[in-house]
Design a protein. Structure first.
Lengths: 248, 78
């Protein structure tokens, strides 16, 4: 559709999500260095730099870098403690890693000419499946078969419980799907909307309106990037709470 | 001709899937509106419930994203 030029868009709004090899034009293998690899690596380097330089001073009165690190750390720590309880704090490093990685990937994806790695369901599905398997295995290790109480709603009337068990079971297995598609879909939709408006900007009559709209949508996307990282993390914490305390 | 009819079906289907986004918007509005209504009655309890608010919004929103995904699949993958 990108080549058709019969009054349609000049470029395709989803072209920005194409995975390209960085150094050659050949096919993409699992070991090929692509633009996704580059931006995943940049996210890792940025996170490492923030915390290495942030914690270097260990000042009582924190520098700007240190206070950013402290705010993010404290925010996530409080979230884990409030939602999942004291005994979930030993999983805090995993939760914090997830949160920082998604937050940085989302914001780096918003830079012009960059690549939004979290818009790919392949990336978010790996994150969501990792959470799903961690939580399921953890639930069985911690509670044994008692983990199955999660599906047996003891507060409901006895006749309703088998039906509720089926619904709970289905909703449990839909978790990784919705968990990954929520993040990937939100980021993909936001970036596609921006490109659609960028296409409108080529039409002279409405280009001022379109440029203003892109600015407004960019502001909205800044909010969405933060909120989606937060939502992914807090759902992980909620699933973790279910695994640690499965009884309703 | 048959290809045209199939493409017509794809476009109609993608447009219909867009209704799902509107339905999700209603859902998110319900969550946020009811939160605000409750928060104005008891502002001191509202601060502790923002996590619940975001979880509720996320669950309502996910289904809208599914319909967006269906539209994308119809347009580009089928």
């Amino acid at each position: 559709m990108a080549t058709e030029n019969d009054g349609g868009l000049e470029f395709h709004p989803l072209d920005q999500f194409i995975v390209k090899p960085l150094f050659s034009d050949g096919p993409v293998h699992w070991y090929t260095v692509t633009n996704v690899t580059l931006w995943l690596a940049i996210a890792l380097v940025a996170i490492t730099a923030l915390f290495v330089f942030g914690s270097r001073g260990r000042a009582i009165v924190p520098s700007r870098t240190q206070s950013i690190g402290e705010v993010l750390y404290g925010f996530t720590y409080k979230m884990v403690e409030d939602v999942a309880g004291k005994d979930a704090v030993k999983f805090f490093p995993y939760i914090f890693t997830l949160f920082m990685f998604i937050l940085f990937s989302n914001y780096l994806g918003l830079l012009p000419m960059s690549f939004a790695t979290t818009s790919h369901i392949a990336v978010t599905a790996v994150l969501a499946l990792a959470v799903f398997f961690t939580v399921t295995i953890l639930g069985f290790v911690k509670n044994g078969t008692g983990f199955l109480k999660l599906f047996w709603v003891s507060s409901a009337p006895l006749a309703l419980r088998p039906i509720l068990a089926i619904i709970e079971l289905i909703s449990y297995f839909v978790r990784p799907v919705s968990h990954s598609i929520r993040l990937g879909g939100n980021i993909m939709a936001g970036h596609a909307v921006m490109k659609v408006f960028a296409g409108f900007a080529a039409i002279a009559a409405i280009s001022p309106v379109a440029v203003l709209s892109i600015t407004a949508i960019y502001g909205l996307e800044m909010l969405v990037a933060g909120v989606q990282a937060y939502v992914f993390t807090i759902l992980t914490v909620v699933y973790l709470r279910d695994a640690l305390h499965p009884a309703h | 001709m048959e290809g045209d009819i199939a493409q017509l079906g794809q476009f109609i289907g993608a447009g219909l899937a867009g209704i799902g986004s509107g339905a999700a918007a209603i859902g998110v509005g319900h969550v946020a509106g009811n939160f605000l209504a409750g928060a104005l009655r008891n502002p001191s309890a509202a601060g502790g419930q923002t996590a619940t608010l975001f979880i509720g919004i996320a669950f309502a929103e996910a289904l809208g994203i599914f319909s967006f995904l269906i539209a994308l699949l119809l347009m580009f993958a089928v």
